[in-house]
Design a protein around this ligand. Structure first.
Ligand code: NAD
Length: 257
């Protein structure tokens, strides 16, 4: 079984890792639904250019992953969902005693609860088709912690737990559910953390990148969005039919330490 002709829904896919995953799935022949909370001409233009580049059908559907009804509507509007990649995510860095409650709520909603809603909406379609793949983009922070990231670490550990539960509930049904745990990938989300980290650690940009961000990534290299996308395509291949309920780290050795 290949992804050719399958329909893949990738949440939070108008930039960064989500877009990289969408690119690799389209390159492998899947039809793709792109998503974010915006509804701008450039979002739809992105879908058109991806379709043209890879000769597959690509649609952009606006839906806010902080809202349960939007999450479920995304899957319903897609009409078909063979591959679900729960990727939408946001970050905020602050000590727990100064962590704004609205930031905590937003991170838990977008990084964790959205996957509950999209997975619940997509599983009946997958069961009907007798085949399905749920891939959750967790993080090295789904397996380990860092200071100042209480909400993010909680959400990512939560999604690793949900991955195992969904795998057990779908075992033997032609459906798998796994989590990919990237280390640092240079995307807008990481770029946005640099000024906050510079403030928290009182360091300049280069020192924060080398000493703080990549300090725990033994390769001292960022992972790429193509590598994350390639791992998703592998998890959708027949070779991965019996891989379910697990995590795959793409982190340059971070969690080996
Ligand atoms: P990014 O900021 O480039 O992309 C995040 C995507 O989510 C964007 O498309 C954004 O529009 C979308 N999004 C944000 N809020 C949304 C909402 N309310 N509704 C719908 N879409 C929304 O960030 P990224 O680095 O590509 O992160 C993607 C995922 O990868 C996240 O879950 C993140 O936690 C995870 N991750 C990233 C890294 C990294 O180093 N970049 C490492 C580990 C895990």
């Amino acid at each position: 079984m290949t992804v050719s002709g399958k329909t893949a829904v990738v949440t939070g896919s108008n930039s960064g890792i989500g877009l990289g995953v969408a690119q690799e799935l389209a390159r492998a022949g899947a039809n793709v639904i792109l998503n974010s909370f915006t509804d701008r001409p450039e979002d739809h233009a992105l879908a058109e250019s991806l379709a043209k580049e890879h000769g597959v059908a690509v649609r952009y559907i606006a839906a806010d992953m902080s809202k349960g009804e939007d999450c479920r509507a995304l899957i319903e509007k897609a009409g078909k969902c063979d591959i679900l990649v729960n990727n939408a995510g946001v970050q905020y860095v602050a000590p727990i005693d100064e962590f704004p409650i609205e930031k905590w709520n937003a991170i838990i909603a977008i990084n964790l609860t959205s996957a509950f809603h999209t997975t619940a909406a997509a599983l009946p379609m997958m069961r009907e088709a007798g085949w399905g793949r749920v891939v959750n983009i967790a993080s090295a922070h789904g397996l380990t912690a860092s200071p100042f990231k209480s909400a993010y670490v909680s959400a990512k550990h939560g999604i690793v737990g949900m991955t195992k539960t969904v795998a057990l509930e779908t075992a033997g049904q032609g459906i798998t559910c796994n989590a990919i745990c990237p280390g640092y990938v240079l995307t807008p989300l990481v770029e946005a953390q640099i000024p906050e980290q510079m403030k928290v650690h009182d360091m300049d940009r280069e020192t924060v990148i080398r000493e703080v961000m990549l300090e725990r990534q033994p390769s001292r290299q960022f992972a790429t969005v193509e590598q994350i996308g390639g791992t998703v395509v592998f998890l959708c291949s027949a070779a991965a039919d019996q891989i379910t309920g697990t995590t795959i780290s793409v982190d340059g050795g971070w969690t080996a330490m």
